[in-house]
Design a protein around this ligand. Structure first.
Ligand SMILES: [Ca+2]
Length: 481
């Protein structure tokens, strides 16, 4: 039986509520919606961290940030940790990455890496060939001093010359040229919709800033989370005018529609190759973006709902009972992805991972081991200008638990931080931590978070105990003789 192929497509900084198939009536994502209709959409999928590196390392290792060593955005992969891509390569898979990956310089199992950010030789050659090199060097059209580093407006090159559609073209070329005899794992990393909040023609034409519906900001009664307020007080989350927020929201949507087009091209290439049915297509994001929710932009070192609740669509290989158009409301996590892929690839290395395999959701099996909660964490390390070094005193270490209708947020340095009701207040505007009516829920959530942290600490997970087993077998042989 031929091995199953995998295409892993990951957006950078895309919140879960920005797809048509997740109920957003304003964004245009026809290809994400098509993929969801052909597979499974996991409605409550959570990233293990609200920032890039810890989130991505947890995907690759299937381990929680506190255990894989990448607990802050400054800390990448550890040499002692293995990625699932290495396992696939060991099994004879062709392993290829196009676009944003964050795994440089260690290939971590990839046989071929094309990191086509601005600055890479092949991308520059492409821009020069298209006559767009000079335009690619220009800053976006709008720069608002209040926005500090966030430029917005329009880039000066067309979408066809953007890094993301260039990388999508690289991925489709790989699919077109690949021998069907050899199984493959293809990673396609989009840079968008990560800020700047600037976009490309013609995708800007899809959204009129004057007509766009903004995400709910800070309500009159709501208070910004103290950590975000401190960041805001320090200038990290500047106030912007409503008109600028409209332009930013329109650009964020336009960039999601742009990567949706890239996803569509990959799907079409697979269909034309005749490989669509024998290929798993996974679409997710490393983390989300506030985009004006709670009155702030970009991301932050706090596992807020908008930063850790991310898209997850999985179109499985077609089999007799394969599900399609199924919505899974159970919680799933980024650490579950590596064991799922290894499970489906029939590797026994899934046992090394700390996540739960989601394979039963994808094969029509009804014997499901469901999660009852999702967990995220982040350590924020501050840079000390005086010592010119990072201060590894734990400046802030946040742990979040999402369970039932609630989100409980705890900080190592500040204790109880927040309790939000996800059913009534998914925008996290009303902190109920001190609400006497929520006392029982608070105690239950705190207890559940402690249990998750304790159960996540499994230092012996995945170790090879075969020698111990052999010793026991030997002893039992002696006893019975
Ligand atoms: Ca990111």
């Amino acid at each position: 039986m031929p091995k199953e192929n995998f295409i892993f497509i990951i957006a950078d900084q895309m919140r879960s509520d920005c797809m048509g198939c997740m109920g957003n009536p304003n964004v245009k994502t026809p290809n994400m919606d098509k993929l969801a209709a052909a597979g499974v959409i996991f409605e409550n999928h959570y990233a293990q961290s609200p920032v890039c590196l810890p989130s991505r390392v947890s995907i690759y290792t299937g381990k929680y940030p506190r255990n894989n060593g990448s607990i802050a955005n400054l800390v990448g992969q550890q040499a002692s940790e293995k990625s699932f891509v290495e396992d696939l390569a060991d099994m004879g898979y062709r392993t290829v990455s196009h676009g944003s990956n964050h795994m440089q310089p260690e290939p971590w199992g990839y046989q071929h890496l094309e990191f086509c950010a601005s600055g890479s030789d092949t991308y520059l050659d492409f821009l020069k060939h298209e006559g767009e090199y000079e335009n690619s060097l220009k800053s976006p059209t709008h720069k608002n001093e209040d926005l500090r580093n966030y430029e917005y407006g329009m880039y000066h090159i067309p979408a066809e010359c953007s890094p993301d559609l260039y990388n999508a073209a690289g991925a489709t070329k790989f699919i077109e040229n690949h021998s069907q005899e050899e199984p493959f794992f293809l990673w396609l990393g989009f840079f968008l919709p990560h800020p700047h909040y600037a976009t490309y023609a013609p995708f800007n034409e899809l959204y009129d800033p004057d007509e766009i519906e903004l995400f709910p900001g800070l309500s009159e009664n709501g208070k910004l989370h103290p950590y975000l307020q401190r960041q805001k007080d320090a200038g990290a989350h500047p106030d912007v005018s409503e008109q600028v927020l409209r332009e930013i929201t329109a650009a964020y949507y336009a960039n999601i529609s742009l990567i949706d087009e890239g996803l569509g091209r990959v799907i079409r290439a697979l269909e034309e190759k005749g490989s669509f049915d024998n290929t798993h297509i996974i679409f997710t994001a490393d983390h989300g973006d506030f985009t004006g929710t709670n009155g702030v932009l970009n991301k932050g070192s706090i596992p807020a709902e908008k930063l850790v609740h991310v898209p997850m669509i999985w179109k499985p290989v077609k089999k007799k009972n394969s599900p399609h158009g199924i919505r899974v409301s159970s919680y799933t996590e980024h650490v579950d992805l590596a064991p799922t892929i290894l499970d489906l690839a029939t590797s026994d290395q899934a046992r090394r991972c700390e996540g739960k395999s989601m394979a039963s959701f994808l094969t029509g099996d009804t014997d499901l081991d469901k999660r009852d909660s999702a967990y995220s964490e982040i350590c924020h390390v501050l840079y000390d200008d005086k010592s010119q070094a990072y201060d590894w005193e734990l400046q802030s270490y946040f742990s979040s638990l999402f369970m039932d209708d609630w989100h409980y947020l705890h900080s190592l340095t500040e204790g109880d931080c927040a309790l939000y009701n996800m059913r009534d207040d998914r925008q996290e505007q009303f902190n109920r931590i001190a609400d006497p009516e929520c006392r029982d829920i608070y105690l239950q959530m705190k207890d559940a978070l402690l249990n998750r942290i304790l159960s996540n600490n499994r230092p012996a997970q995945g170790h090879d105990f075969s020698s111990w087993t052999q010793r026991n077998e030997h002893l039992s042989t002696l006893e019975s003789s």
